[in-house]
Design a protein around this ligand. Structure first.
Ligand code: NAP
Length: 298
């Protein structure tokens, strides 16, 4: 239980509603700014405006999955007003307050460091990335289905990278009856892919494996689908780039060649906000429960 812990939420989307609900259920004392357009707020949540006073009483500050941008702007789809986290807000946070987000940008990192605030990036957790890979793979399938005129069953698909997202993507495609090629760079991944019944290859030899591919799902965060690769792909091949921006595909050349290629960021929050919120909520509660909250006023 989180009884007695004062949690302040700042902005977010439908995922954050699930996180808030869970914290209320766990008996935390919950305040939230950036939710004035939330049509059915959970009982037990104090809806507030962002202020130094509000933050001055926080044991835990929870920002949205993407934290804030490098000017402190927080995405808040339930807010009628702009939400901006300024240096004075960090200064107001009590000593010992823990700041949670999914992924932090340099602005958030540097201000947390300056005010000696512990920053926890939940998406860095292996378990969270693995759970998140489920809605990501489902979202990628939706995009593939919407952008092709053939079934995934019987198609030849290629997954680049066999990390947390790549593994789930390959297994999901296999489950739908696709023949799955998987590009890896480690021998142990090659062996595991073979054991899974996929067709592995080393990414250094990518050019030799693309002639018959119908779909590509990239999870490698670096340029891998180069103009040279694109020049040898069948024209009907559709590329869904899952890697974080700017992705791993030469989109300019893909367009020039008439190949459909799309960057697909933030799929969990788009296709399954409720599930994605529950994943973050469970990780947050687990993490807070494992922390010793030290209050500056104690
Ligand atoms: P991950 O577990 O680190 O997987 C990335 C994989 O890429 C690793 O296995 C890594 O191999 C491999 N890799 C890197 N360079 C390579 C190369 N040149 N050849 C072969 N393999 C290479 O990361 P993840 O959690 O799966 O996430 C992957 C990307 O997807 C990230 O950019 C993440 O931000 C993004 N993502 C996007 C969404 C979305 O909604 N679009 C959702 C979740 C994650 P090694 O193991 O050998 O290092």
């Amino acid at each position: 239980m989180l009884t007695g812990i004062r949690i302040v939420f700042l902005g977010g989307d439908a995922r954050q509603i699930e996180v808030i609900r869970k914290c209320v259920e766990m008996d935390a004392s919950v305040s939230a700014a950036g939710f004035d357009k939330w049509d059915a707020p959970s009982p037990g949540v104090n809806l507030e405006l962002l202020s130094a006073e509000l933050l001055g009483n926080a044991d835990v500050l929870v920002l949205p999955t993407v934290g804030c941008d490098d000017e402190g702007n927080i995405s808040a789809i339930f807010s009628s007003e702009r939400l901006q986290l300024l240096e004075e807000h960090f200064a107001a946070l009590p000593k010992g307050c823990i700041v949670y987000t999914g992924m932090a940008k340099p602005y958030l990192r540097s201000l947390c460091a300056k005010y000696s605030l512990k920053l926890v990036e939940l998406l860095n957790r292996d378990d969270v990335a693995i759970y998140n890979s489920i809605p990501t793979a489902e979202g990628a399938l939706v995009m593939a289905i919407q952008n092709t005129d053939f079934t995934i069953h019987g198609s030849i698909s290629m997954v680049l990278g066999m990390g947390r997202t790549g593994f789930t993507m390959a297994r999901t495609l296999q489950g739908l009856g696709s023949k799955v090629k998987v590009g890896v760079r480690k021998q142990e991944h090659y062996a595991r892919a073979e054991e899974m019944g996929w067709m592995p290859f080393m990414t250094g030899e990518l050019l030799a494996h693309i002639q018959d591919v119908d779909l590509i799902f990239n999870t490698i965060p670096g340029m891998i689908i180069t103009a040279q690769v694109l020049s040898r792909l069948p024209k009907h091949c559709v590329i869904i780039d899952l890697a974080s921006a700017p992705g791993g595909c030469d989109f300019r050349y893909a367009e020039k060649r008439g190949i459909k290629a799309m960057l697909a960021p933030g799929l969990p929050g788009i296709v399954a906000p409720k599930s994605a919120g529950i994943i973050m909520a469970n990780a947050l509660v687990q993490s807070i429960s494992g922390e010793t909250i030290i209050r500056g006023d104690e």
